[in-house]
Design a protein around this ligand. Structure first.
Ligand SMILES: Nc1ncnc2c1ncn2[C@@H]1O[C@H](COP(=O)(O)OP(=O)(O)OP(=O)(O)O)[C@@H](O)[C@H]1O
Ligand SMILES: [Mg+2]
Length: 306
C-alpha cells in the first residue's frame, strides 16, 4: 500500500509538487495523469527515493521515504522517463549489473535475464552495445530492467511512449497480466488516455502540482457531471410507460426521442434495476439498456481545462 501525505517538492521558487495526499491499494493499477510539467515525474522520483521531498512524507508498505530509502529502493522497480542505461554495455551486461545491485543471486540471475530478454524480444541483440539500439528498444530494455527483481511496487513513467503500436500493446497486456490476482502496485504516468482507460483501476489527475481529481473513471464522471445517464431503447413507448416513470422519485430527469429513453440518475448501479423493473411491469418492450459513459479524455479535459 502507498500512502502519500501532504508531499511537497520545491525547485527554488517553483512548487513542482504542491501538497498532494492520496492512497494506492495493493493490487491496483494506478494512473497518474496531467499536463506537461504538472509534477508527475517529480512525484515518482520522490516515491522511489531518487530525490527527497521538501516536506511531507509517503509510506510504502509501512516504510517511509524519509527514514527507509534503502528498504524502499529494494522493494520498488522504476522505469524512468529516459531509459538511463549504460550505452557502452550490452543488454546482458546492463541487466547483470543491475541484478547484482538488487542482490539477485548469480545462479538465478542468468536465467532471469534470459527470460526477461526473451519476453521483450531482445534476444537477438543481447550481445550488442546499447548505444546501437533504437529508442523503443532502449525503452524495452529499461522496462525489462525495472522488472528484473520482481518488485512489489512498480513505477512506470510513460512506459509505452516510444514503442510501436504492436509492442505497446504487448507491454500493456503484460502490465495487465502482471497485476492480475496479485498484490503488486503498478503506478503509471501516461499521456495516453486510452491506455490509462484500458489499464487503470483508478487514476489521479495532477495539475500545477495539485491533485484535481482522483478515483475510478466512473467515480470521477459521477462527481463532475453530478450523476449518470442510462439510455434505454424501447419499441412501444407510450403515456402509460411515461406515467410509471414519473412515479420513480429518484429519477432526476428523462426524455424520449428516436426510440431512446434517456434517464438521469445519481447512480446507475443502484437505480437501473428499479427502472427496468418498472418499465417491464408497465409493458415496455426493452431492446437494450446502456449506461452512457464519459471517456477518460472527457474527464481529463474537464479537470485540467482551467
Ligand atoms: N531538477 C529540477 N530542477 C528544477 N526544476 C525541475 C526539476 N525537475 C523538475 N522540475 C520542474 O518541476 C515541474 C514538474 O516537472 P515534472 O518533470 O514532474 O513534470 P511532469 O508532470 O512529469 O511533466 P511531463 O508530462 O512533461 O513529463 C516542471 O516545471 C519542471 O520544470
Ligand atoms: Mg514526466
Amino acid at each position: 500500500m502507498i500512502r502519500v501525505k501532504n508531499l511537497v517538492k520545491h525547485f527554488g521558487d517553483l512548487k513542482a509538487v504542491d501538497g498532494i495526499t492520496f492512497t494506492v491499494e495493493n493490487g491496483e493499477i494506478f494512473g497518474f495523469l496531467g499536463p506537461n510539467g504538472a509534477g508527475k515525474t517529480t512525484t515518482i522520483r520522490m516515491l522511489s527515493c531518487i530525490i527527497r521531498p521538501t516536506s511531507g512524507n509517503a509510506y510504502l508498505n509501512g516504510y517511509n521515504i524519509l527514514d527507509n530509502p534503502m528498504e524502499i529502493r529494494s522493494m520498488v522497480g522504476i522505469l524512468t522517463e529516459n531509459p538511463c542505461l549504460y550505452e557502452r554495455l550490452t543488454p546482458v551486461a546492463n541487466l547483470d549489473f543491475f541484478g547484482k545491485l538488487y542482490d539477485i543471486p548469480k545462479t538465478i540471475r542468468a536465467t532471469r535475464i534470459d527470460e526477461i530478454l526473451e519476453m521483450f524480444d531482445l534476444q537477438d541483440r543481447k550481445f550488442e552495445k546499447v548505444e546501437t539500439f533504437s529508442k523503443g528498444m532502449k525503452q524495452k530494455l529499461a522496462l525489462a530492467r525495472s522488472l528484473l527483481h520482481d518488485p512489489q511496487i512498480l513505477f512506470l513513467d510513460e512506459p509505452t511512449s516510444a514503442l510501436d503500436p504492436k509492442t505497446a500493446k504487448g507491454v500493456r497486456d503484460y502490465i495487465k497480466k502482471l497485476s492480475e490476482g496479485g498484490d503488486k502496485i503498478i503506478f503509471i504516468c501516461t499521456h495516453n488516455l486510452t491506455e490509462a482507460e484500458y489499464l487503470c483501476d483508478r487514476v489521479a489527475v495532477i495539475d500545477h502540482g495539485k491533485i484535481v481529481g482522483i478515483g475510478s473513471p466512473e467515480e470521477l464522471s459521477r462527481d463532475i457531471w453530478k450523476g449518470e445517464q442510462v439510455e434505454i431503447a424501447i419499441k412501444n413507448y407510450d403515456s402509460h410507460i411515461e406515467q410509471s416513470l414519473k412515479q420513480l422519485n429518484f429519477i432526476k430527469n428523462f426524455e424520449y426521442q428516436d426510440h431512446i429513453l434517456r434517464i438521469d440518475v445519481n447512480d446507475t448501479s443502484k437505480d437501473n434495476p428499479r427502472i427496468v423493473e418498472t418499465l417491464v411491469k408497465s409493458g415496455a418492450q426493452i431492446v437494450s439498456v446502456e449506461i452512457k459513459r464519459h471517456s477518460l479524455e472527457d474527464i481529463y479535459l474537464n479537470l485540467v481545462r482551467d
